[in-house]
Design a protein around this ligand. Structure first.
Ligand SMILES: CSC[C@@H](O)[C@@H](O)C(=O)COP(=O)(O)O
Ligand SMILES: [Zn+2]
Length: 213
């Protein structure tokens, strides 16, 4: 990739990340510095790719000149920078490698944490026939989904190694138990639509469970 093209693509990815970060922060989806966002830049092969990701530990409700950096497929910074990539960068690496997607957004919310615990023994969150499933481009009438849940190990590489096997082809997301959702898409627009659909469905599933009791 030429240096000029790379710089342009990097700046475009950083600008897109800033916009989505601002929008999601306004909803309160990054409490206590939680959450991370990434957008892939340039060519992709499972062996080699680059993406822009949020720096670790930042207050994601504030925009600064040092919020994002570029990393490679191993999660290592590609530029000289004092910034540390997200502590969860290796999970992004594995999702990109397994899916070839273009953007990944991760948030912690009370509803996603609650349903991850409610359905932990099942290892997936069932969603039955809700219209918003169509946001995943699934058009079957009364479609049924199972959103996979992985354990929330402290050691991120231990989680990363489970990602590829856990991915369900038509479900663009993985939940970590009592932690949060990773949602992805072909680009930032699609990843945001998927993330919003997941969060709607988690609140629906949680409230339905309460009503059934
Ligand atoms: C501060 S609690 C959340 C973190 O432990 C982590 O799960 C998270 O989502 C944010 O980590 P970060 O390294 O800023 O990307
Ligand atoms: Zn997290």
């Amino acid at each position: 990739m030429s240096e000029i093209l790379r710089l342009e693509e990097k700046q475009q990815a950083f600008a897109e990340l800033r916009d989505i970060k601002t929008t999601l922060a306004a909803r309160g989806w990054f409490p206590a510095t939680s959450g991370n966002l990434s957008i892939r830049v340039g060519d992709f092969s499972p062996e080699q790719f680059t993406f822009a990701i949020t720096a670790s530990g930042k207050d994601k409700s504030v925009n600064t000149p040092s919020d994002f950096l570029l990393v490679d497929g191993q999660g290592k910074p590609t530029d000289h920078t004092g910034l540390k990539p997200s502590a969860e960068t290796l999970i992004h690496c594995e999702i990109y490698r397994a899916t070839g997607c273009g953007a990944i957004f991760h948030v912690h919310t009370v509803f996603n944490n609650l349903v991850s615990e409610l359905f932990w023994e099942r290892k997936s969150i069932p969603v039955d026939g809700v219209e918003l499933i169509k946001a995943f481009n699934i058009w079957d009438e009364e479609a049924q989904l199972e959103i996979p849940i992985l354990p929330n190990y402290t050691d991120i590489p231990r989680i990363a190694e489970l990602v590829e096997k856990a991915i369900v082809p038509r479900v663009p997301g993985i939940m970590l138990r009592k932690h949060g959702i990773y949602a992805w898409g072909a680009n930032a627009f699609e990843a945001k639509r998927h993330l919003e659909a997941f969060e709607f469905l988690f609140e629906y599933v949680y409230r339905l469970e309460l009503l059934k009791k």
